[in-house]
Design a protein around this ligand. Structure first.
Ligand SMILES: C[S@@+](CC[C@H](N)C(=O)[O-])C[C@H]1O[C@@H](n2cnc3c(N)ncnc32)[C@H](O)[C@@H]1O
Length: 404
């Protein structure tokens, strides 16, 4: 027997007001149909949780987000079964508190986080898998955000579709409602210069994209043309066209956007990284303008005392607050009384005022080991790490033991 969505909803409404066995604890017991901000609480049925995660082909490397996470069952299952990191976003404070207790009881607090918030406000862009049990209107409202997520992100919705964004797969289990899977497609709309296609050494490929479907035209510099039909599976674009001999050719290319990965905490200087400090006071001394900042050698030894260089070379600095001001020669000092605490000596910068932010370019990432620890009473810094697409707290500020 296959249940229609309308029939399932009717059944759910029939259950409205009932508590669900196994859901809730002595502190709080939610009931089916209780008010939620944009949609009521109805838990995903147990036999559907695993198929949802399996439809998304979840692996331990994924970051699973459940939007409108209720009592947290999907993130908890995902962490227990697949060892993933999982996050739930839920608006109802009682459900969030219950979900957090459930996380503790399931022993997955190191991997599961419950955010008390609104799915239309919270950032879930680091998800590689999204699970939804919301409703057709909410799915449609989320669609513009979801389609901008990283190509290849898998989205599984229990029961509800996404309007004219056709699913990449529908899972139908007997006696259960359908599960829909979408894979966020890369954005390929537009004109591409392509080389190396069979029969077309170089050509212009014009693509029009409707979600994962593409159609378009190939044009060569010598005036040949062919129509193109294709499909995206995340960032993998496959398309077909007819060769000059009338044969159908199919091509698959990866259109993944470039991704830069930096190793954090190892390099003290690099092409990238801007150290930002604020001007806290200014003075004229022997005809020279000095601006003292709240950052100096206690943060950025390399820029302040050009650590490791025989002769001083100023790092490149800029006035981040007022880049358009008239240029003037100045000296930028750190806050200590040490005469070497100078970020810039006789440099030309757009005129500075107290409160302005100065950027020290090419600072690389923060080098803890080259920082005079606790110098000037500065607390140890918090360190953030980008791990599997998510920003996580690596070390807390002011907790010395985390630096051992
Ligand atoms: C149908 S239940 C699904 C619960 C859970 N995902 C599951 O599958 O068991 C929808 C949940 O979304 C929550 N919700 C409704 N509007 C929300 C919003 N704007 N932001 C966050 N949560 C919301 C409700 O409180 C409810 O717990």
């Amino acid at each position: 027997m296959r249940l229609q969505p309308s029939l399932i909803l009717a059944l759910l409404l029939f259950l409205t007001g009932c508590t669900v066995p196994g859901s809730g604890d002595d502190t709080y017991r939610p009931w089916v149909g209780q008010h939620g901000k944009d949609v009521m609480w109805v838990p995903t049925l147990d036999p559907l949780v695993l198929p949802m995660l399996e439809a998304a082909k979840v692996t331990a490397d994924d970051v699973v987000y459940d939007l409108g996470s209720g009592d947290g069952k999907i993130p908890i299952w995902a962490a227990r079964r697949f060892g993933v990191r999982a996050v739930g976003i839920e608006y109802n404070a009682d459900l969030v508190a219950l979900a957090r207790r459930n996380v503790e009881r399931a022993g997955v607090s190191d991997r599961v986080r419950m955010i008390h918030g609104d799915i239309f406000v919270e950032d879930f862009s680091s998800a590689t898998v999204l699970t939804l049990f919301l409703g057709p209107e909410l799915n449609q409202r989320l669609r513009p955000v979801i389609t901008k997520m990283r190509p290849g992100t898998r989205v599984v919705s229990n029961l509800f579709d996404m309007g004219d964004w056709e699913p990449d797969r529908v899972v139908r289990l007997s006696d259960q409602n359908p599960l829909y899977l979408w894979i966020v497609p890369a954005r390929v709309d537009g004109e591409w210069e392509v080389a190396g296609l069979p029969d077309w050494s170089t050509a212009t490929l014009e693509l029009r994209q409707t979600f994962q479907k593409v159609e378009g035209r190939l044009r060569s510099t010598d005036g040949r043309a062919a129509s193109v039909l294709g499909r995206l599976d995340g960032s993998r674009l496959s398309f077909g066209y007819r060769s000059d001999k009338g044969e159908t050719r199919t091509v698959a290319v990866d259109v993944r956007e470039s991704e830069f990965i930096f190793e954090l905490g190892r390099y003290l200087t690099a092409e990238a990284g801007i150290y930002v400090t604020r001007v806290i006071s200014s003075k004229m001394s022997r005809g020279k303008a000095f601006f003292a900042c709240d950052g100096g050698l206690h943060h950025h030894l390399a820029a302040a005392v050009t650590f490791g260089a025989a002769l001083r070379t100023n790092f490149e600095l800029c006035n981040l607050t007022r880049p358009g001001e008239t240029a003037a020669v100045c000296n930028i000092a750190g806050p200590s009384c040490n005469p070497t605490d100078l970020l810039g000596v006789e440099i030309t910068l757009p005129r500075l005022s107290e409160g302005d932010l100065i950027g020290v370019l090419r600072s690389g990432s923060y080098g803890f080991t080259a920082s005079p620890l606790l110098f000037l009473g500065r607390p140890t810094p918090a360190e953030l790490v980008r791990r599997r697409g998510e920003i996580v707290l690596g070390r807390r500020s002011r907790v010395m033991s985390e630096f051992n």
